[in-house]
Design a protein around this ligand. Structure first.
Ligand code: NAP
Length: 310
């Protein structure tokens, strides 16, 4: 496939950026890949792994002459980075991000974007519980959704070009209004992560009573919670701080449902529990049929497939 951008600048070199770099290399979609990260250590690891053609010390330097700039830092760091790179962005360039929350990123970045630069916010619904430059792999985005939340009046040609690149690395691209994105993700990703963190926290309290039994006899349900709860603390702190309203809304609904099930258990209402679990099972089947997870027993453990992290 021919390169769709002459120079792609990746700001931040963790899981998402390194996966993008590997994928762009694999598909030959970027003439040159330039990267930068906050710490000298991450820059050194990225240089050693060689997934970028060039590593710069600063974000300002990295974006110079780039026709695509991708912000791959935690949501809470977007405003500072945007302010730093703004004077150095090339006219006509496209600026996008991969942040897990969209309204907050738009508020943080849009005020800094100079005239003539196309800001097209985005979010890949792909990830794992691993982070850092060593965790990336080229197939992370294959068959995963990548949501774009273009601003009103966004340049159609710039959006189509970005869409072409993302489809080129295997993603399915859809467009969504940013507020709607944040609500959908609060249901499908943010609140489930919070529940996993909480469940592992409960086990941690209990461990003081049962010593190592929880680790030793850890069964599928708890083990799967621990995988999610191992996700990057900075990223998830920022997600909850910036998608507060939608997460609180969904958590409120979750608590109400929990009380319904709690009452059914207390009352010994078997039919209600059975009917509830039958409905939820159908949702799982729908996800597998949509190709968003594996139906393999035990979540296909042992096969190094791209996990649906987000
Ligand atoms: P990651 O592996 O932890 O990498 C984050 C990168 O951002 C690192 O290179 C880090 O630099 C840099 N960084 C961190 N704090 C910074 C700051 N204050 N200023 C400048 N740079 C900073 O993270 P990731 O998983 O790739 O996530 C990146 C973005 O993608 C986040 O916005 C996240 O919400 C979004 N996202 C993540 C997933 C997922 O499942 N992980 C999925 C979809 C979207 P150092 O290494 O030098 O500290």
């Amino acid at each position: 496939m021919a390169a769709t951008y002459r120079r792609v600048a990746l700001i931040g070199l963790g899981l998402i950026a390194s996966s993008m770099a590997h994928a762009l290399r694999w598909k030959g979609l970027a003439g040159e890949i330039v990267g930068t990260a906050r710490s000298a250590e991450t820059r050194a690891v990225a240089a050693e792994l060689g997934f970028c053609d060039r590593i710069c010390e600063t974000a300002a330097e990295a974006v110079q002459g780039a026709d695509l700039v991708v912000l791959c830092v935690p949501v809470g760091a977007m405003a500072t980075i945007a302010a730093e790179i703004a004077p150095h962005l090339a006219p006509g360039a496209t600026l996008t991000d991969v942040g897990s929350v969209k309204q907050a990123v738009i508020e943080a970045v849009a005020p800094h974007v100079p005239e003539g630069v196309h800001f097209i916010p985005g979010h890949p619904l792909a990830g794992t519980e691993h982070s850092g430059p060593r965790s990336g792999f080229a197939t992370l985005f294959v068959n995963r959704w990548w949501l774009l939340t273009p601003m009103p009046g966004a340049d159609a040609a710039a959006t189509a070009r970005l869409r072409g690149l993302l489809e080129g690395i295997g993603a399915h691209v859809d467009e969504m209004e940013p507020g709607h994105h944040d609500l959908v993700l609060a249901v499908t990703s943010h609140t489930p992560h919070l529940i996993a963190y909480t469940m592992v926290g409960v086990a941690d309290h209990l461990r003081r009573v049962t010593k190592s039994e929880i680790i030793k006899y850890s069964a599928a349900g708890f083990r799967d919670f621990t995988r999610i709860a191992a996700s990057d603390p900075t990223m998830w702190r920022d997600v909850f701080l910036t998608n507060r309203e939608a997460t609180l809304d969904i958590l409120g609904r979750f608590t109400e449902e929990l009380f319904v099930l709690q009452r059914a258990i207390r009352m010994g209402d078997g039919p209600q529990l059975f009917e509830y679990f039958t409905r939820t099972r159908a949702i799982r089947r729908g996800i597998i049929e949509a190709g968003q997870d594996t139906a393999a027993p035990d979540f296909g453990r042992g096969a190094p497939a791209a996990e649906a992290g987000e």
